[in-house]
Write a protein that binds this ligand. Structure first.
Ligand SMILES: Nc1ncnc2c1ncn2[C@@H]1O[C@H](COP(=O)(O)OP(=O)(O)OP(=O)(O)O)[C@@H](O)[C@H]1O
Ligand SMILES: [Mg+2]
Length: 180
């Protein structure tokens, strides 16, 4: 995929499919240590260890015993191509954390992409779920939490058109400040 934000959307969609009510997305640009870390944590239904072991390598698994998904294998392939990898920590009934590490300066590392659009898509399509986004670059960081926005909004839903525009501008501006 051309942008890491597309992988993030994919992994967050797994969380939503797993019944999560809260999805936390961390993007950590640890330039000093030449690492880019992407982590998606959810409170969904989780998976047993044998399923976790299978997901990482769908092509060795018989298609008749399980549906072959590509979200996690594609992310794992992208990370491994960039001197990193993917770790999946999951507890049945206790949620899942998917962590991908990339060598920050690797020539094949895709750019992060547009996180304002990515978060907007997640929030607009799932206005009853909560999303937390932490983007850290060196000493700077941007933080977004739909629970905090909900408190400000009172009874206005997150899907309200004015709120949608606010969220897009808020995240886009926060991301721009990190670039400065
Ligand atoms: N956060 C999660 N919580 C619970 N189960 C998960 C989670 N992420 C992945 N899974 C399980 O692992 C499977 C494989 O995920 P993966 O994203 O690789 O493929 P998929 O979602 O099935 O298909 P695709 O992403 O190609 O549409 C999922 O079908 C689901 O059963
Ligand atoms: Mg998926």
């Amino acid at each position: 995929m051309r942008e890491l934000s597309m992988h993030i959307l994919d992994i967050a969609q797994n969380s939503i499919a797993a019944g999560a009510e809260l999805v936390e997305i961390d993007v950590i640009e640890d330039v000093a240590n030449d690492k880019m870390i992407i982590r998606v944590t959810d409170d969904g239904r989780g998976m047993p260890a044998d399923v976790v072991a299978q997901i990482r390598d769908p092509f060795v698994t018989s298609r008749t015993t399980r549906r072959v998904g590509l979200g996690i294998p594609l992310l794992a392939a992208a990370a491994e191509r960039c001197g990193g990898g993917v770790d999946i920590a999951s507890v049945p009934g206790g949620g899942t954390t998917v962590t991908a590490i990339f060598e920050y300066s690797h020539v094949d590392r895709a750019p992060l992409g547009n996180m304002a659009e990515t978060l907007l898509a997640l929030v607009v399509c799932n206005p009853n779920l909560d999303f937390v986004y932490n983007h850290v670059r060196g000493d700077n960081s941007f933080h977004f939490d739909t629970r905090e926005i909900r408190l400000e909004l009172g009874s206005i839903p997150l899907s309200d058109p004015e709120v949608v525009v606010f969220i897009r501008d808020f995240v886009a501006e926060g991301e721009r400040r990190l670039d400065a």
